[in-house]
Ligand binder design. Structure first.
Ligand SMILES: [Zn+2]
Ligand SMILES: [Zn+2]
Length: 160
């Protein structure tokens, strides 16, 4: 997955907050429990669109139900956002490995802009309405497969 791209766009977007006294960073963490952030952390779930590619048969498929989990906190001028994009696995292969989504830059951008809004609300107590940007969606022909979706297994797939 294009982690450097996520971090690059995050760092550009965080500048728009104009909170130069605080430093923020984004880190990937596969171990965060979506519904149960550690004490003092806030959670945020956002859906995006992405592609997956099976490590066994090389088949790839698009999905418009790709959940991304964020946990965030601001302590002593240090802001941290942990991110965990949820995985899917191939429905054609038996016991296929769960794979991470590949999110294109324009949809990472949308995710980050929505995340900035959430940071302003949750970490800076700004009184903003929710004006979420919508990701570019893919032309998906087959129905969503809950048995092959980590978000469904964790019970958070349809939640925003
Ligand atoms: Zn496969
Ligand atoms: Zn799902």
């Amino acid at each position: 997955m294009e982690q450097q791209e996520w971090i690059r766009i995050f760092q550009i977007e965080i500048e728009t907050l104009n909170r130069k006294e605080h430093s923020w960073h984004l880190e990937f963490d596969e171990n965060i429990d979506p519904e149960n952030p550690n004490m003092g952390w806030k959670k945020y779930f956002r859906k995006t669109s992405a592609r997956f590619s099976c490590t066994s048969c090389r088949r790839s498929w698009p999905s418009n139900r790709v959940m991304v989990v964020f946990h965030m906190r601001l302590v002593n001028g240090q802001g941290t956002v942990k991110v965990r994009p949820l995985r899917q696995n191939c429905k054609r292969c038996l016991n296929a490995q769960m794979v991470k989504p590949s999110v294109e830059s324009d949809n990472i951008q949308v995710l980050m802009e929505n995340l900035m809004m959430k940071i302003r609300i949750k970490c800076y107590q700004e009184n903003l309405g929710e004006h979420n940007k919508i990701p570019r969606s893919f032309d998906v022909k087959s129905p969503h497969e809950p048995g092959h979706c980590e978000g469904c297994r964790l019970g958070i797939c349809t939640k925003q």
